[in-house]
Design a protein around this ligand. Structure first.
Ligand code: ADP
Ligand code: MG
Length: 248
């Protein structure tokens, strides 16, 4: 089976906006447990690709599979999230008046109705998951602080924690280190590396030093297609990649 061990399988995806091809026969395979970085110049189609995976944009043609047998093109956005794909946008959307812990509880409650009622009924397993997540995102000692007073980096980690509350199999992360200090970037690299294995993680990022520090495999998008794929040193030595980046 071609798709064995593959968590995400995009094949010949085409997306046009008023005749302009944002994605042009895009093919992408992400393995289970992989941490993949997607890079590429502005307008390459990175966000459109994320939109196709999460159901925000429907491709004109192509196929998109999640795991062995979930056809993403047959599901709407909420169903895709429910199936196990979590997306983190660039701007954190934490609830600032609530504490760190309350934000995680709320994220876990999802659409299960009233949050307070939900929290009082949290199972031991869910409570353990919340504690483990607090530890993972490095916010144990901030748990009772309002999210609004956190640093930019801490808000980003909290939002990753909120995604983890839904136990996604695949995490899509858009520019996680934009605006972060060097120290926060290092912490984020550690966090994403810890997520891989248990989850599959796809990161769109512009900071090349950061990409080099986390990813074994990098995919370069250009004009809606895959231009190159491999290790950072492989793609950096690729004449096609050099040409595209010099022309930016
Ligand atoms: P990236 O995220 O790599 O910068 P995008 O996926 O945002 O690239 O965009 C790819 C191309 O598609 C760009 O030229 C962009 O202007 C165009 N595009 C994206 N979304 C739309 C839209 N909703 N309507 C029209 N054009 C769009
Ligand atoms: Mg973009």
């Amino acid at each position: 089976d071609l798709r064995h061990g593959v968590i995400l399988y995009l094949e010949d995806i085409n997306v046009s906006f008023d005749g302009f091809k944002a994605l042009n026969n895009l093919n992408l395979y992400i393995n289970k447990g992989e941490l993949r970085c997607i890079i590429g110049p502005n307008g390459a189609g990175k966000s459109t690709m994320m939109d196709v995976i999460t159901g925000k944009t429907r491709p004109d043609t192509g196929s998109a599979w999640f795991g062995q047998n979930i056809n993403l093109l047959a599901l709407d956005e909420p169903a895709i999230a429910e199936a196990g794909i979590g997306r983190k946008f660039q701007k954190p959307t934490v609830f600032e008046p609530l504490t760190v812990e309350e934000n995680l509880e709320l994220a876990m409650a999802g659409n299960k109705g009233v949050w307070q009622t939900f929290v009082s009924k949290l199972s031991g397993e869910d409570r353990d998951h919340l504690e483990a997540t607090l530890l993972l995102i490095g916010l144990v000692s901030e748990r009772h602080r309002q999210a609004g007073v956190l640093s930019h980096g801490q808000k980003q980690w909290l939002e990753i924690g909120m995604l983890l509350m839904q136990r996604p199999e695949l995490l899509l992360v858009d520019e996680p280190v934009a605006g972060m200090t060097h120290q926060e970037m290092e912490r984020t690299a550690e966090l994403l590396k810890q997520l891989a294995g248990k989850h599959s993680v796809v990161v769109v990022e512009h900071d090349m030093d950061f990409v080099r520090s986390i990813a074994n495999k990098v995919t370069v998008l250009h004009q809606g297609s895959v231009l190159a794929e491999g290790t950072m040193s492989q793609v950096q030595a690729d004449p096609k990649v050099i040409e595209v980046y010099l022309g930016e």
